[in-house]
Structures are given as structure tokens and as C-alpha cells.
Design a protein around this ligand. Sequence first.
Ligand SMILES: [Zn+2]
Ligand SMILES: [Zn+2]
Length: 395
Amino acid sequence: MNDNTLINNPDFLRSCEAFVRIRRDIHAHPELGAEVPRTAALVAQLLEEWGYETHTGIGGQGVVGVLRNGTGSRCIGLRADMDALPIMEHTGLPHASTIDGRMHACGHDGHTAILLAAAHYLAHNRHFNGTLNLIFQPDEEGLSGAKAMIDDGLFDRFPCDAVYALHNMPGKEVGHGVARAGVFMASSDRVTIRLQGKGGHAAMPQLSADPTMALAGIILALQTIVSRNISPTESAAVSIGKIEAGTTSNVIPDEAALVLSVRALTPESRALIERRIREIVQGQCAAYGVDARIDYVRLVPPLQNSDAEAELMHRCVSDVLGDDKVEGNEALPLMGSEDFAWMLQERPGCYFLLANGTGDWVGCSVHNPHYDFNDRLIPLGAACWVRLVERYLKE
Ligand SMILES: [Zn+2]
Ligand SMILES: [Zn+2]
């Protein structure tokens, strides 16, 4: 049953049209990584205008808007991401990026507009009792914006009993969603392996220690981690994204390198994969007489939704979209990663998905030059946020 009247309220829908314009303006002016001054200033200016106590410069260029109502002690945090990607846009849409090589190809322009639309509504319709913290973070794509805000005292300065975030999901009809408990997205680690051999003449390999042999051995042996070491009932990925060796045909190179991406759904699998990568590199290097240096960077942990908060989010999204439109715990986890995982390590909460649609642009995968965020999600997403706030901070 869809018992949310908000998405049938003509005044609310009309007010959302302004946020479609704001979304397209942000889309046309994408900013990268930790440097989002224009977007952050726009967000801060609007929040201030609507009466939010507005704090800027948190963890770099993060913004927090605080709205208190009533005497309730409960407090909730809702998070949106503001950053774009270093991609040349090929949508040809009227609101396409005005900056070559930068594009909102993950829909963070939309997530920001959705949270602003909810912020606007809640400022003018304060049917809640407690504290609302709206968190706008830079550098989700670099998997470091959330961490930077936390390290800058985010949850000490703006206490939150629970935190929530959403992401759009292309490829499914608008009006569907996913909100499940437990692990929902994978950890992400970046591993750089540098091999140091001894270069020489291609005609006299016996005088060299050829790092390309170790490189080839490592590449093949790495494939056995997921297939032989991880239980078949678990999910993990070890992918080689870059290899480097040599310059020309008659030279055995001095060094070689490879860069991997590692994904896991549990801390145990994550640790097991790291141990096996180190053992394989060591063993292969010993076999071929070369040295190795491993730079193992743990970027972000698995994203874990807590039970009660996920159940509440599932109920709120179902109120807006309809009971039969929202997948719950039966949904499979995703092997992508999300730096909201850092916030969920600090506080209970839920990260949920709203379908972005099918067909041209909106059905196109994120991180693709033809992708666009679907503006139909602005009223739907804002209604989910309003529902959540009104339930979590019940009067
Ligand atoms: Zn992305
Ligand atoms: Zn994204």
C-alpha cells in the first residue's frame, strides 16, 4: 500500500521543479574529488536561506546543515555526495557538462538535489521532534570524503543516532528500490606490486633476472585466490587493472609492475586475500629471482547496514513506492564500493538504492559518458527522506 500522500501533493511536486533546475545547474558545473567549492557554496547558501544552522569547511569542503525542532533528544544524519568524475560527457543533453573532461556520471548531482528538496520541505513543514543533520560530502569517488569529515569531528560536533544515504541505480524502472540489512557493498583495496629484476640484452637472457616471468606467474597465480582459497559460497574479486613492463623487443626490462583492485564482503575474506597476495608475490619472485615491493592500500571497508535502521528505511521506501516495489534482505550485495561505509562503521544506519530507469541515459551504467541522473527521482527520493525523518524523529 502506498500511503504517502507527499508524492501526490501538487505543491510538493511543484516545489521539486526548482530542484530539477538546481540539479541540472550542478550537472552543468561538475567539480572533482575534494575540490567542490561551487557546489558546496550553493548548498550552504540554500540551507542558510531556509533557516538551517549551516557549517562549512568540514573535512575540507564538506557542509552540514542542522535543523532542530521540538524538545526531542533524538538526532539523525542524512548524507549526500557532491563530487563528479574525470569523464568527457557524451550525452549531448542541454544541461550537459560545460567543463571538458568532467562529468556528473554517477548521479551525485541528483543525490545533492534530492537532499536539498527534502531540506526545503522539512524547513517549511517541521513535523518532527529532534535534530536533523544534513551532511553534504565531497570526494565520494576518491573514497575519502566521508573519512575526512569523520576525522574532522563530524559525529562529535553533530551527534547522530543513525545515518542514512541513498544512491541511484540505473537499469530498473523508476519506482523500484532496495533497502536491505547486513553487508550490502564490498570493501575496496588498491594493490601496487613493483618487481625489481635485472635487465639486459634479449639475446642473452641467462645474464638477466627477467621480471616479466615473475609478472606472468603472479598474474596467473592470483586467479587461484578467489577460485581456490575463498569458499565457493562467498563472493570476492581480484582484478588486475594495469600492467607495466619493458620498452622494446630486444631489451629485457629491469622492472615490471602491476596494479590490482581487491573486493571482499567480509573482513575475514579481505584479510585472507591480502595474505594470499603477499604469499603468491613472494613465492613467484623467489622462483624467478626477482625482488618485489607491495604497496597495499586499504581504501574502504565493506558497507554494513544495521538491522533496525535498514528495516525502518525499507518501511519508509515502501511507504513511498509501494510494498511490492522494494527489495529487502533477499537482494544480493553489490561488489562495488561506497565510502559511506566509513560513516556506517561509526553509527548504525542504512544505505539504500532507488532505480534510475531504463533506456537512453537514465538506464545507462553509472561512470559511463552517456549516463544521466533521472530527475523523476527528485520527488521520490525527497519523499523517502521526509518519511524517514518524520518516522525516526516522531513528534
Ligand atoms: Zn561513482
Ligand atoms: Zn556514486
